[in-house]
Write a protein that binds this ligand. Structure first.
Ligand code: 7UC
Ligand code: FE
Length: 296
């Protein structure tokens, strides 16, 4: 065991079932702890860091240890004090609503519809409902490896197209605007992006079948021919068309107050499980680019 140049006690990182790790004793002021947790996230996809209670300023400061935080492109999601903090909330205080309710209730990867999707997503639940809490995940590295080799071959050289248009949330200032203008805004601000259907994970080199039911609108082969059959087969094989959520690829990650979830956004798709009840639920999110240089 090599001695680390830090005053902090050792961080404890342990496996938790199908994939992901639990992190206890994490000290955000220890750069050694940050390095260990980052490595675990790239390898194991999700880390659930226990025992943190961060205000929005502290949260974005912690995000900065993992990469470069980016504010979401639509300001309606921003925390009023810290724009880099994205707020998912169903709280209605009677005054102006903070954040957006029922976000991400569909299979997706964060910013998959942008030229450069986020590398890491950090979620810090602030108000946790008593039941139906958690997020579903599918590991697209593991599911790519499990694909029929004929489908893997067919995906070679293909391109996937992604768009936000099906899940763009109508903003308060869109009320009474013609829907065609809102659709034009979406097309101008976030035109569809094309990414290789299978990309190498930037840190591990593993192939990822980077498609989602929510954002991916099509697959095109190397000759420019649209292949809806390949998209359907891939979504089905990776469990994203299973409305019972019993597909073996799907894992429910639960959490408690005081947890911080950090996940590898380039290899996972996720889907929020929102409580059917009206119980207040508030979650803060910070998304980061982890090297500042690489483009899509
Ligand atoms: O309101 C939402 O569901 C937000 C979604 C369209 N985008 C989240 C993201 O980071 O891509
Ligand atoms: Fe999301």
């Amino acid at each position: 065991m090599v001695m680390q140049a830090t005053q902090s006690a050792a961080v404890r990182i342990s496996a938790q079932g199908a994939f992901g790790v639990v992190v206890e004793g994490f000290d955000p002021t220890s750069s050694a702890h940050v390095v260990e947790v980052r490595r675990a996230v790239y390898r194991e996809r999700i880390a659930v860091v226990k025992g943190l209670d961060l205000d929005p300023h502290q949260f974005v400061a912690l995000g900065r240890l993992f990469g470069e935080p980016k504010p979401y492109y639509e300001p309606i999601y921003h925390h009023p004090d810290v724009a880099e903090v994205f707020v998912s909330s169903n709280l209605d205080t009677g005054e102006q609503h903070i954040g957006v309710p029922k976000t991400g209730k569909f299979w997706h990867s964060d910013y998959q519809f942008m030229p450069r999707p986020f590398d890491l997503t950090l979620i810090h639940p602030r108000l946790v409902p008593s039941r139906d809490r958690g997020t579903f995940f599918i590991d697209l590295v593991r599911e790519y490896q499990a694909l029929d080799p004929a489908l893997q071959r067919a995906l070679k050289g293909t391109t996937a197209t992604h768009s936000v248009h099906r899940y763009f949330k109508i903003r308060p200032h869109d009320v009474y605007r013609p829907i065609s203008e809102v659709l034009d805004d979406i097309a101008t601000t976030t035109p569809p992006v094309n990414l290789p259907t299978v990309h190498a994970h930037p840190h591990t080199g593993e192939p990822v079948a980077y498609v989602s039911e929510g954002f991916t609108t099509g697959i095109t082969d190397a000759d420019g021919v649209e292949r809806p059959d390949l998209l359907h087969e891939l979504l089905s094989a990776t469990g994203q068309l299973d409305s019972t959520f019993e597909h073996p690829a799907i894992r429910l990650q639960t959490y408690d107050k005081g947890d911080l979830l950090i996940w590898d956004n380039r290899s996972l798709v996720h889907r929020a499980l929102h409580s059917a009840s009206d119980e207040p639920t508030v979650s803060h999110r910070v998304t980061v680019y982890d090297d500042g240089g690489r483009s899509a």
